[in-house]
Design a protein around this ligand. Structure first.
Ligand SMILES: [Zn+2]
Length: 296
């Protein structure tokens, strides 16, 4: 794929990582969305969904048939103009080492004096100074991601996540090596637990007084998360988003736990959109219904 991309002049740098994102030649691409993996020699475009290996790439770029494409790849590979591109494949580092590094980085950041800060992304999202202090929320120097939050799973540091205040594709940025699938954010050792989707929803639920809660950091609970949760409880209040994916997540939870759906008001999408009053009302309705069905 290096030789092929170089041939078409699609590589800007002469030194590359094991994978790289380039502008996709198959659709009108404004920011690089075609991911090329040089270890597997395949490619996938997040914009138009096209995917394949080197011959598929050449075939589609030059509108050839498969045989012609094979010939062309052969020609490019055997051409005398050797590529000057160097690829650096980073060695995979052990997760524990990466976690220690993430922990050192996070705790080296200064603790903001939230009490004296009145203008910040987190405050505009309705978080109180107390919540921000209690949960050790820190400020990131990187302006695209002004906030950095520790991910504690039953009190144990698992990594950090940054949140962007801009409308970009990648709203959350996790530390290298962070494993979402084996992490549950929060404390969940009571006979029931409230399940939130993202970090912000979880933090809001905490602010509203729901302390026994965990975020699954996505809409679909993973097998490892199920295993961890099952050590403590089989009863769950599902506070996943009030959206189609949240409903899918709810059905997934139902396969493994006794689930009560959090009673979202119809027009509300997630906890972030609720104030304390609306949340407490919905919470009371949820608990009443659960009691009626003697679920808890
Ligand atoms: Zn594309």
């Amino acid at each position: 794929m290096v030789r092929i991309l170089d041939y078409y002049g699609l590589l800007e740098n002469t030194s590359l990582q094991a994978s790289v994102k380039i502008l996709c030649p198959f659709h009108e691409d404004l920011k690089p969305s075609l991911l090329v993996n040089f270890e597997k020699n395949n490619w996938y475009c997040f914009g138009c969904g096209k995917t394949g290996f080197a011959t598929d790439f050449v075939r589609q770029v030059d509108s050839l048939n498969s045989i012609e494409a094979l010939h062309k790849v052969h020609k490019i590979m055997n051409s005398k103009n050797k590529s000057k591109i160097q690829i650096t494949i980073q060695e995979k580092r052990p997760p524990k080492e990466l976690r220690i590094e993430a922990k050192e980085y996070f705790y080296s950041l200064p603790k903001p004096s939230w009490k004296n800060i009145s203008k910040h992304y987190m405050i505009s999202r309705g978080f109180t100074n107390k919540t921000l202090i209690d949960h050790d929320v820190r400020i990131n120097q990187n302006t695209t991601y002004p906030v950095i939050l520790p991910i504690l799973d039953m009190g144990k540091f698992k990594g950090w996540v940054c949140r962007s205040d801009k409308d970009i594709d990648r709203k959350y940025l996790y530390n290298t090596g962070f494993s979402r699938q084996s992490t549950l954010l929060g404390e969940y050792d009571k006979p029931w637990v409230f399940i939130a989707e993202g970090y912000m929803d979880w933090l809001k639920a905490r602010q509203f007084g729901i302390l026994n809660s965990a975020a699954i950091l996505g809409w679909k609970i993973t097998p490892k998360q199920i295993e961890k949760l099952s050590n403590y409880t089989d009863k769950v209040i599902c506070g996943l988003d009030n959206t189609d994916s949240g409903t899918k997540g709810y059905l997934e939870l139902k396969k493994h736990f006794k689930v009560r759906k959090f009673n979202y008001p119809e027009t509300i999408k997630d906890i972030g959109e609720m104030d304390k009053f609306a949340f407490q009302k919905a919470w009371q309705d949820t608990i009443q219904k659960a009691n009626k069905k003697s679920l808890f």
